[in-house]
Design a protein around this ligand. Structure first.
Ligand code: ZN
Length: 291
């Protein structure tokens, strides 16, 4: 995927801290309803299956991975809104890794209120199920791409490559979950607010959102035509991808979110935090020694 540019952020740990994920009386609340094997996804969507038994590695499980991804979006979008997401495993056709279906929308501002997300369990694509989905120790340095789409230089891609161990050569289920949940926040071809603005195949960003004046190009239904973006329609092997500024701002424009933390899911790596901690301990020790 071209136009990848290392932005010199060094090795940054990716952490999803579950700030007010369920009990919050304010902010985005993503209610999560896992459908176990045999349960129904709802009208016309079939039944859930058990976790895939072939072509997976990592030892993680969908529930904890989905929770980490949902937490990440809750930290990024801080407007009051609740969306109810039902999710689980199902055999999906072809190379499809995941699929989101809007099942409810409305309100003012107009937003998706409920959706169903199914993840492919047929073993046709190698998947990495991270047992520590809030960490990204299986991946290399953070990389970013930027582009001026009319509203100033915008982060249009944000990812970790160079996967090792069980993550190498596999699609990252955490990234797939982040992408599918992203559809529920605005970029859905069934979302009438997306339809209304997508006639010219872009999302035109308006104030008070950041990058006002930008035109973020769309493709293939409700995806972004930015090859490094989370909401690009294709995924890459051996890569963990986060929401870029373009992904978040596009959703925010469609759903009229205004309170954003565009960098919520990136915190310093453990080595940096440990060094900071050592510094504090060192200072305390020095003081103590002086007594
Ligand atoms: Zn998609």
């Amino acid at each position: 995927m071209g136009r990848s540019r290392s932005a010199g952020f060094g090795r940054c740990l990716f952490l999803c801290i579950g700030l007010g994920s369920s009990a919050a009386s304010f902010g985005l609340t993503i209610n999560r309803n896992f459908i176990a094997a045999g349960g129904s996804f709802g009208s016309g969507l079939g039944n859930a299956a058990s976790a895939p038994t072939a072509n997976v590695a990592g030892g993680g499980d969908l529930v904890s991975i989905f929770n980490a991804a949902a937490d990440c979006w809750e930290m990024t979008i801080l407007d009051n809104h609740t969306v109810n997401l039902t999710y689980g495993w199902q055999a999906l056709s072809g190379g499809t890794l995941g699929v989101h279906v809007l099942t409810g929308q409305g309100g003012a501002p107009h937003r998706e209120t409920s959706g169903v997300i199914r993840f492919d369990r047929d073993g046709s694509s190698p998947m990495f199920l991270d047992s520590t989905p809030a960490l990204r120790e299986e991946y290399g340095a953070l990389q970013q791409s930027t582009q001026n789409l009319g509203g100033g230089n915008m982060v249009t891609g944000r990812w970790f490559g160079s996967a090792v161990g069980a993550a190498a050569g596999r699609f990252d289920l955490f990234s797939i979950a982040l992408h599918e949940i992203g559809h529920s926040l605005g970029l859905s071809s069934a979302n009438t607010q997306f339809q209304a603005g997508n006639g010219d195949l872009d999302v035109d960003v308006t104030a008070p959102r950041p990058y006002a004046g930008a035109s973020i190009p769309t493709i293939s239904g409700a995806h972004l035509n930015l090859s490094n973006a989370l909401m690009f329609p294709a995924a890459s092997l051996s890569r963990r991808i986060l929401m870029s500024h373009a992904d978040t701002v596009a959703n925010a424009e469609i759903s009229k979110f205004v309170n954003l933390n565009l960098d919520a899911c990136i915190v310093p790596e453990p080595a940096v935090m440990a060094a900071l901690g050592m510094g504090i301990v060192g200072m305390l020790r020095r003081r103590r020694n002086r007594r």
